[in-house]
Design a protein around this ligand. Structure first.
Ligand SMILES: [Zn+2]
Length: 442
């Protein structure tokens, strides 16, 4: 065992011991006199009390209608608002940085910024699985982490440096979390190996034909895994992916390929769609949304990363990508397609290190884009980042709404977010699994 790994283990053992001690002593928590925005899309309910016990929401009732349990810690939240913990449904936590310690302040900043769970959409599962273990057991002040094992066609692994880095040390295309799938692959075994990583889902990324997408999706569902896909698994089209039964489909702008005369052979040109000539309400896209609504396929819109690319790397994206992406996301919402909130980032702005680590998570910016450009009301944007993102993550039974029996993952706000979505940034404190996390570390 290297000194670095040994240190990491010792640090995490110490953290686990601390968390265990804190959990055992946790009294009931009463959040009183608060307006609840419960994440289901219904209007705020003022003057309510939430009782938290054992890390879960035990009861919700009008102020004063029940006596406070003896020994409960009472937070008087007069004038404040509570929403479910925010979920960033598209994160890539691990990059070139292999050191566990690097992620501790990063994850803490996400949690204190209102994010109580993240869906990691591909990276090095050796590290992600370790972080998820620490986060999901509350040994680490962190959002809970759910993650994928990636599959793509064999040629992808030679082409994509990110896949090479995320499986360094393994035979390329054979790591259980970065698998090359071809016509001769034993799909049942490949899915079982992916499941063995602790992943919640497969991510289908590139260079897979529709018949393989169908086979993989059916086998993943049979083995209890979800399937979270890119819209551009060329040669598979977005429509063929939805018809194969995938659970979520990522990136609004890539839906342009549903209405293109033909899809390219190379996934790397995926952001260079013809946004000038293909209408966002083209008949093929309208019927794609009908199918998604019927099947419950969630659109993981991820507008923010494309806005950044359009600003800073405009050669990488097709002209007109942002108005098109806003319009197609608005249409999806109007047609009743479920839209989640994902940032396709580390969850924080690039370079958000040192003092900038106090910068708020990007999930707030993605919610604002839905309101400003895509016809969402603030309450609908909050639902997208909570109930729908939880559904995207396969966690509806446990989280995403303020409901008795669900986990007590909550964000208490100092200002009303139902009139101004910017007010989700005005965080008083965050509750995860019933424990309070304040910005100043208290
Ligand atoms: Zn991504």
């Amino acid at each position: 065992m290297s000194a670095k790994i040994l240190m990491t283990c010792l640090v995490s053992l110490a953290l686990s011991a601390l968390a265990g001690a804190a959990l055992a002593a946790e009294p009931a928590l009463l959040l009183a006199h608060v307006a609840i925005i419960d994440g289901t899309g219904t209007p705020a309910k003022p003057n309510m009390t939430i009782l938290v016990e054992g890390g879960r929401i035990a009861a919700i009732y009008p102020d004063g209608s029940q006596p406070a349990p003896t020994g409960a810690k009472v937070e008087d939240l007069s004038g404040r608002y509570v929403i479910p913990g925010l979920i960033d449904a598209h994160v890539h936590l691990t990059g070139a940085e292999p050191d566990f310690a690097h992620y501790v302040p990063h994850l803490q900043a996400l949690l204190r910024g209102g994010v109580t769970a993240i869906r990691d959409m591909a990276g090095d599962d050796r590290l992600i699985a370790y972080l998820a273990g620490e986060a999901n057991s509350d040994a680490l002040a962190s959002p809970d982490i759910y993650y994928v094992a990636l599959m793509a066609g064999p040629t992808f692994f030679a082409e994509d440096v990110r896949a090479q880095e995320a499986s360094a040390g393994e035979r390329l295309g054979f790591a259980p979390w970065m698998q090359a799938i071809g016509p001769d692959t034993d799909i049942r075994l490949a899915v079982a190996e992916a499941k063995g990583t602790g992943a919640t889902a497969l991510k289908l990324y590139a260079n897979l034909p529709p018949n393989l997408v169908r086979q993989i999706t059916a086998e993943a569902h049979r083995q209890g895994l979800r399937v979270w896909t890119h819209a551009t698994i060329f040669p598979t089209t977005p429509t063929e992916a939805v018809d194969a039964g995938v659970d979520t489909i990522s990136h609004s702008p890539y839906l342009v390929w549903a209405a293109a005369p033909k899809v390219p052979d190379d996934y790397r040109v995926r952001a260079l769609g013809d946004f000038t000539h293909i209408r966002p309400d083209a008949p093929q896209i309208v019927s794609l949304f009908k199918a998604m609504k019927q099947r419950g396929t969630i659109l993981d819109a991820t507008l923010l990363p494309f806005l950044e690319e359009a600003k800073h790397a405009s050669g990488k994206v097709g002209a007109g990508i942002m108005p098109w992406s806003y319009a197609v996301t608005r249409l999806a919402h109007q047609q009743g397609v479920l839209v989640d909130v994902g940032t396709d980032s580390s969850g924080l702005a690039d370079g958000a290190q040192g003092p900038n680590l106090k910068a708020l998570p990007l999930v707030h910016s993605e919610m604002a884009l839905l309101v400003e450009h895509c016809g969402f009301t603030p309450i609908e944007a909050i639902r997208a980042a909570t109930q729908i993102s939880a559904a995207a993550m396969g966690q509806s039974a446990q989280r995403g709404t303020i409901t008795p029996g669900k986990r007590a993952d909550l964000v208490v706000l100092n200002a009303d977010p139902t009139h101004d979505i910017g007010n989700t940034r005005k965080i008083d404190f965050v509750v995860k699994s019933g424990r309070i996390y304040r910005k100043d570390g208290g």
